[in-house]
Write a protein of this length. Structure first.
Lengths: 285, 265
């Protein structure tokens, strides 16, 4: 049953060295605060799963926490490349990582299959694509009814998934809205799920009945971290800090600059610092 | 280009690309140049065009160009926003997309695209972001439009990795793989408009932008360029098209540099 915990404790209780872990959020609602807490606690040998690895995986890879990465787009969305991830893949710095690469369709289907309790996902994909020749986990099956050859990939079943969401009610049910991405599938596919939220409200009684709500019994722990998605955004709370994504490109380009930035902005900070980072991005009343 | 035509090659590219879109198209939009072209189309001759970004936003009408495919603006202005698995399963795989609009880091003459690696996949010289949604956009959309600025590094005889499949080795290669969609039917660069040869499927220049010479097209392309016998000149941008594009880019610049102040979530 869900527990409300300080983020430090929620991460310590649910993440272990060697885990496969998804910090999901499709551009929106990226669980940055949870990722930074994991960095502060210094986990090692993680298998990092995410469709769009983004800044937080660049940071975790740059800090040497990952042994493997499973992804479908290893870029800084709209800006360019992820330079710490590149350094690791191209130069083995600070360590070499194993790469399992898919398309978005492949990852989305694999999460959905994980949530559905299936061993694999079947879809029409990877036709003529080079990934099918370099990733041994991309295979094919023949439809028993039509004979059509379809792509098959193993389902994604993370040990633990972290997501950020707008709100929880007092019982611990969680509401996600806006670009809902892969949040629901990533939670239901995982053995354990930890959610950071912007706020806790009394109840969801007056909301539309078809909203994306994760019942409290699907979640292990909830931590209240206002601004916890920065520099990503929380629809209805604050805007995406596009300038920070542009700045990251320069920070991550240099190994020393990266280390200094991580020291000052992650290692020496806490989850409480996120609220201040989104003040200027909150919607004008 | 000789003289001052009053517009840049990139502006001509975006506007020429925008003209290819129709009001009743359902367009899966790649970020960057395709996104600008699609929104210029929506703001000029195709007000009812359905723009879809892979973050799940269907029928979006952003006031500024998104930096990423998942900016809040896309969701706020969309007809509906769906989960990513639904986006790829029901809407793309389900066959509801008329045009997939892609950019490319590396392109060959058959419209095959590489955005994955420069060099060997396992020991890359440069690790690029990878395909994202492109491998399935390229095969499940009814047609593919591609837009990119011409360079010899970008337009190459042989791409390093098949991120998304165009016409493969040309001819009926798509059909041989059981792919029943048309694939790349249009390439718009900063210098010209290209269409695949009906038989070989090799991209052929059908229209030169105003002031552009055949030689310029060849000098910035890594394969030997084929030109159509009847070569058109692309009409120059109209005042409305140029103003629409420039206003859109100015709003976008202000919003992205303004740290979100110009447009909150």
């Amino acid at each position: 049953m869900v527990k409300f915990l300080p983020l430090k404790q929620a991460v310590a209780e649910n993440l272990n060295d060697g885990d496969s872990v998804a910090f999901e959020g499709f551009t929106h609602l990226i669980p940055t605060a949870a990722a930074h807490e994991a960095i502060r606690q210094g986990f090692r040998d993680l298998t990092l799963i995410r469709m769009t690895p983004d800044l937080i995986y660049d940071q975790m890879i740059g800090m040497g926490m990952a042994k493997k990465i499973i992804f479908s787009y290893v870029g800084n969305p709209g800006v360019g490349l992820l330079r710490r991830a590149r350094d690791s893949i191209e130069n083995g710095f600070p360590r070499a990582i194993e790469v399992e690469e898919h398309s978005h369709a492949g990852m989305a289907n694999a999460y959905e299959a994980g949530a559905a309790g299936l061993p694999c996902a079947v879809f029409r994909g990877y036709r003529g694509a080079g990934l099918a020749t370099v990733n041994p986990n991309i295979k094919s099956v023949t439809c028993p009814f039509t004979g059509e050859v379809l792509a098959a990939v193993p389902s994604i079943r993370p040990d633990v998934t972290f997501i950020h969401a707008q709100k929880a009610d007092r019982k611990g049910n969680v509401l996600v809205e806006g670009i809902i991405g892969i949040q629901k599938e990533a939670v239901l596919a995982a053995r354990r799920a930890v959610v950071t939220v912007e706020e806790v409200v009394d109840n969801f009684d007056d909301l539309h009945p078809n909203l994306t709500v994760l019942p409290r019994w699907t979640i292990a722990a909830i931590s209240v971290v206002p601004g916890g998605s920065h520099p990503s955004y929380a629809h209805g709370y604050y805007a995406r800090d596009n300038a920070a994504y542009l700045e990251w490109d320069e920070i991550a380009a240099d190994r020393d600059k990266f280390q200094a930035w991580m020291q000052a902005n992650v290692i020496e900070k806490s989850a409480d610092d996120f609220a201040g980072r989104v003040e200027h991005l909150r919607k004008a009343a | 280009m000789s003289g001052n035509p009053g517009f840049t090659p990139n502006e001509m590219m975006t506007i020429a690309a925008s003209r290819a879109l129709r009001n009743d198209d359902v367009c899966f939009v790649g970020i960057g140049a395709p996104s600008a072209a699609c929104n210029v189309a929506r703001l000029t001759h195709a007000p009812d065009i359905t723009l879809i970004y892979e973050s799940g936003t269907i029928g979006t009408a952003p006031d500024v160009l998104p930096l990423s495919i998942g900016d809040g603006e896309l969701c706020e202005t969309a007809v509906t926003t769906v989960a990513v698995p639904e986006m790829f399963r029901y809407w793309l795989q389900g066959g509801r997309i008329s045009i997939g609009f892609l950019g490319a880091a590396q392109l060959d003459k058959f419209g095959n695209i590489n955005t994955t690696v420069i060099g060997d996949y396992f020991h890359p010289k440069t690790r690029l972001p990878g395909g994202g949604g492109a491998p399935e956009i390229a095969t499940s959309s009814k047609e593919i439009y591609i837009t990119m600025a011409q360079t010899k590094r970008g337009m190459v005889e042989k791409i390093d990795f098949f991120t998304s499949f165009g016409h493969g080795e040309g001819g009926d290669h798509r059909k041989r793989l059981g792919i029943d969609t048309a694939g790349p039917t249009l390439l718009i660069t900063d210098l010209a408009i290209w269409k695949p040869d009906p038989m070989t499927k090799e991209f052929t220049v059908v229209s030169l932008h105003p002031g552009v010479t055949r030689q310029q097209v060849q000098e910035s392309c890594g394969w030997v360029v084929k030109f159509a016998e009847a070569l058109d000149e692309t009409p120059a941008p109209s005042e409305l098209e140029l103003k629409t594009l420039r206003d859109l880019q100015a709003r976008t610049k202000a919003a992205h540099e303004g740290n979100g102040k110009a447009k909150a979530a």
